[in-house]
Design a protein around this ligand. Structure first.
Ligand code: MRU
Length: 349
């Protein structure tokens, strides 16, 4: 079958010594890249979802931390180290659910700790190399996730996904969308049903945008249409991403994922979670221990400038839910498609 090239956006990267991101709050109506060098701007970008998706915020946190420290390299060692400690702590806690954010920031600070006796410039160079390695490794993990996930697809497959676990959420071709991109590259026709993902519409604004620009057939669903779509379309599988996976395989992902997993079980549709090892948190026994981000009620009452609920009503603002491991058919990782008892190969990656 003919192979074709696919064009995916680059969500997060270096630009000179600045963090460059695509401002995802503007998509799909406007494509704009912004460069950040101040720690407050990096935190604002992560918290307001200008950059989002677990692997992408990890990379943005790592590059953003290093970029923000560049201006302090000329100062004293004490001031540089104090700024590093303070900024690292602020960035790593900017969003609580994605394991990748603290993981990536900790990797960069560990390198600085190893360079405790070095001057600022040498420590900064080492941190810059580490942030670059995190980005490059993520790109490679996405490709491998794609290769393993591709074994689940065939010409004509229909896949349902939720939120955005594509190129916009990673340093590469995505996690849940990686197998779809590789299938498209090989000329296989794969159809994607993308749940719109209230309240901020990552599924309809971002997944539909990046898939359609790559020439992949995508159909947007309202979230409340998912169960009906499962009964009506000939769905082969569901693939979603993850923000944090506990040691027992319980999965935190965008709110609505749990409901999809229950509906998929009812309709006997395989339900896969695609994630790199950096999303696994072996320090947590189960999903009850995963911190779940609560977002402001205004995102539900009117995120896009028009009221969708009365000002005064309280809303349930959990940004993520936890899907029990028993509802997951398999975990598509860079080390293969695994079940919870097989996670050992991911430790220490
Ligand atoms: O709030 P978001 O948009 O950062 O949530 C993103 C998700 O839930 C993704 O599915 C998850 O981070 C995996 S991204 C590869």
């Amino acid at each position: 079958m003919a192979s074709r090239s696919i064009d995916v956006p680059r969500a997060v990267r270096w630009h000179d010594d600045a963090l460059r991101i695509i401002d995802q709050t503007l998509l799909p109506s406007e494509y704009k890249e912004i460069d950040l060098v101040e720690v407050d701007d990096v935190i604002e970008a992560i918290q307001s979802l200008r950059v989002r998706g677990a692997p992408a915020i990890g990379i943005a946190g790592a590059i953003g931390l290093v970029a923000s420290l560049r201006q302090y390299v000329e100062g004293t060692g004490l001031a540089f180290r104090a700024r590093l400690a303070e900024s690292a702590e602020r960035i790593r806690s900017a969003r609580p659910t994605a394991a990748n954010l603290a993981w990536a920031v900790d990797r960069v600070t560990a390198v600085a700790d190893e360079k405790a006796d070095a001057d600022n410039a040498e420590a900064w160079d080492a941190m810059r190399r580490e942030a670059t390695a995190i980005l490059e490794e993520d790109r490679e993990m996405c490709r491998r996730i794609g290769e393993h996930g591709l074994t689940l697809l065939r010409d004509g497959s229909t896949v349902l996904t939720h939120c955005n676990a594509g190129a916009l959420a990673t340093g590469g071709i995505g996690t849940a969308l990686a197998p779809i991109y590789l299938a498209a590259q090989q000329g296989l026709k794969v159809r994607v049903l993308s749940g719109e993902t209230r309240p901020l519409l990552q599924g309809s604004r971002l997944t539909a945008w990046e898939l359609s620009r790559a020439g992949v057939d995508v159909l947007v669903l309202t979230d409340n249409a998912a169960a009906a779509a499962m009964s009506r379309f000939d769905l082969d599988l569901v693939i979603v991403g993850a923000d944090r996976i506990a040691a027992n395989g319980d999965v935190a992902n965008k709110i609505g994922t749990y409901g999809l997993a229950i509906a998929a079980r009812h309709h006997v549709i395989p339900f896969y979670v695609a994630a790199p090892s950096s999303t696994f948190d072996f320090s947590l026994a189960g999903g009850d221990d995963i911190p779940i981000e609560e977002r402001g009620g205004d995102e539900v009452r009117g995120a896009f400038g028009r009221p969708t609920a009365p000002d005064s009503v309280p809303v349930f603002g959990a940004a993520f839910d936890v899907t029990p491991a028993e509802l997951v058919t398999g975990f598509i990782t860079e080390r293969g498609i695994l079940m919870p008892g097989e996670f050992e190969v991911l430790r220490g990656m």
